[in-house]
Design a protein around this ligand. Structure first.
Ligand code: G4P
Length: 190
């Protein structure tokens, strides 16, 4: 998606440890015009996939998941990372490892919000090594739901997670796919 690539080039900052900082338009301050355009693009990419629900994980995935949900006219559910007081009843749980933060965390979703009738589109802001998506896949599997695919704003292709999921037959679509990046510049996969 040209608009997102241009924004990354203009405002993204490559930090040590292969981290791309996009706080000025995606992770902290949100460019709402760009967000709406991304939601619309995701709805086009999956328009014939009969998606019934979108799933993401808190927190940064929620905005883009909601934007896609508005255009696709389907509900959005997000996995929580902590079992808080406002999750009651039975839950599905999956554990995930964050390569970026170097920690393990749980993903929790109430059983009442996901079922075997669902065809789920996974959405997230970043795809790096793919651990967050694998956790979401596990949650959907536990519920007996089908997976329509995964839509990502920014994929860091050089970390391999996206290609591993594609090799498993999952339809993965990234709005910007970074082939390589360094302080000298960012190269997108054609
Ligand atoms: P993975 O899910 O693809 O394996 O990646 P990883 O565990 O490394 O990602 C952990 C977190 O870091 C995720 O957010 C992910 O969205 C984010 N992330 C990964 N690479 C980058 C990057 O280059 N730049 C930025 N800005 N974020 C990145 P999270 O921990 O769940 O945090 P949040 O959603 O609460 O912000």
């Amino acid at each position: 998606m040209k608009l997102l690539e241009e924004k990354i080039i203009k405002e993204g900052k490559v930090l040590p440890g292969n981290i791309l900082k996009v706080g000025s338009f995606l992770n902290q301050k949100i460019d709402t015009d760009l967000l709406a355009a991304m939601g619309k693009e995701i709805s086009h990419l999956f328009e014939s996939d009969k998606v019934t629900k979108i799933m993401t994980v808190e927190s940064s995935g929620i905005a883009i998941a909601a934007a896609a949900g508005i255009f696709m006219r389907v509900p959005v559910i997000f996995a929580k990372k902590h079992k808080s007081g406002n999750i009651d009843g039975e839950v599905y749980c999956a554990s995930s490892h964050s390569f970026t933060h170097g920690n393990d965390y749980d993903m929790i979703i109430s059983k009442e919000y996901i079922s075997s009738d669902d065809n789920i589109l996974l959405v997230d802001d970043f795809l790096a090594s793919g651990n967050a998506l694998c956790g979401m896949l596990e949650l959907a599997k536990k519920a007996g739901a089908r997976i329509a695919g995964a839509a990502i704003a920014i994929e860091k292709g050089f970390q391999g997670g996206g290609d591993e999921l594609r090799a498993k037959g999952i339809k993965v679509r990234s709005l910007a796919l970074i082939e390589s990046m360094s302080e000298e510049g960012i190269v997108f996969r054609a």
